[in-house]
Design a binder for this molecule. Structure first.
Ligand code: ZN
Length: 268
């Protein structure tokens, strides 16, 4: 497997996405927004995704370790790196996880929350994602989306949404993300597909996949064309160009005008 990667922050704040590629592994993490609220952690989201990603690559070095077991192990190891922080805080740093791994004859995938894995085959594209978060608190989400970004009303609505999300995050009635508790790994969506059915694959944070899913400005097939010609860098540049035509989120209501984006493009 040949993996090309890129990640770019969506604005002036530090990048909270993380991406890595190895000859058998593609990993994308998307740190969840804290909306400026307390997290109980002095390290921050960029620290969290960097360490979770590095621990994941280490934990999955053994091909006998399943993706779920590797994620559980990585979550435990990161928690052990900052025991002095309040890991029980409902706002403890957290992230979506998307992993694609090659083994002889098969591709295994794991998704936890909304960073998708898109597989391109002869018959079209297949998307693996976990959209449970979209089913939670729809009225508060709608409230955020009624305001233009960069307004005080938008910022306040986002804080209300994140405050409430934290109460349902990693609970049986809510949705699951990587945070401080290894139990989340058991709730990830996993599967396998024969490698011969896949021509190329893209592992993306939603800051990149929204070009297709939210903005409707490209098809998955067009995304793969862009990845083949200009690589991950060109795909992220395309997302930014589209967002620049709607800086305040009037056409495409969203949490910020540009979200951090991460892309791993896999070819054989
Ligand atoms: Zn910490």
């Amino acid at each position: 497997m040949r993996v090309a990667i890129d990640t770019q922050p969506g604005g002036a704040a530090p990048n909270e996405d993380w991406v890595a590629g190895t000859p058998t592994l593609a990993v994308v993490l998307d740190g969840l927004s804290t909306a400026g609220l307390d997290t109980g952690c002095r390290h921050g989201v960029p620290w969290y995704v960097t360490h979770l990603g590095s621990q994941l690559v280490g934990a999955l070095a053994d091909p006998e370790t399943s993706l779920t077991a590797g994620l559980a192990s990585a979550l435990e190891r990161v928690a052990a790196l900052h025991p002095e922080c309040d890991l029980g805080n409902p706002g403890t740093p957290s992230a979506t996880v998307a992993i694609l791994r090659e083994r002889p004859g098969f591709l295994d995938y794991l998704v936890l929350a909304d960073s998708p894995i898109v597989l391109e085959g002869a018959g079209g594209c297949t998307v693996h994602t976990d959209l449970r978060v979209d089913g939670v608190l729809p009225e508060l989400r709608a409230e955020v989306e009624q305001y233009e970004t960069h307004t005080a009303e938008h910022r306040e609505a986002l804080r209300r949404l994140v405050t409430e999300q934290r109460q349902t995050r990693n609970t049986p009635t809510g949705y699951w993300v990587a945070a401080s508790d290894a139990e989340a790994a058991a709730h990830a969506v996993v599967g396998s597909t024969p490698a011969e059915d896949v021509r190329a694959a893209a592992v993306l944070s939603d800051g990149a996949s929204r070009l297709v899913t939210e903005y409707g400005m490209a098809t998955w097939s067009e995304v793969f064309t862009t990845l083949r010609t200009g690589g991950p860098q060109e795909l992220i540049a395309t997302v930014r160009k589209v967002e620049a035509t709607d800086p305040t989120g009037r056409r495409w209501p969203r949490y910020k005008s540009g979200d951090d984006a991460a892309v791993a493009f896999c070819q054989w």
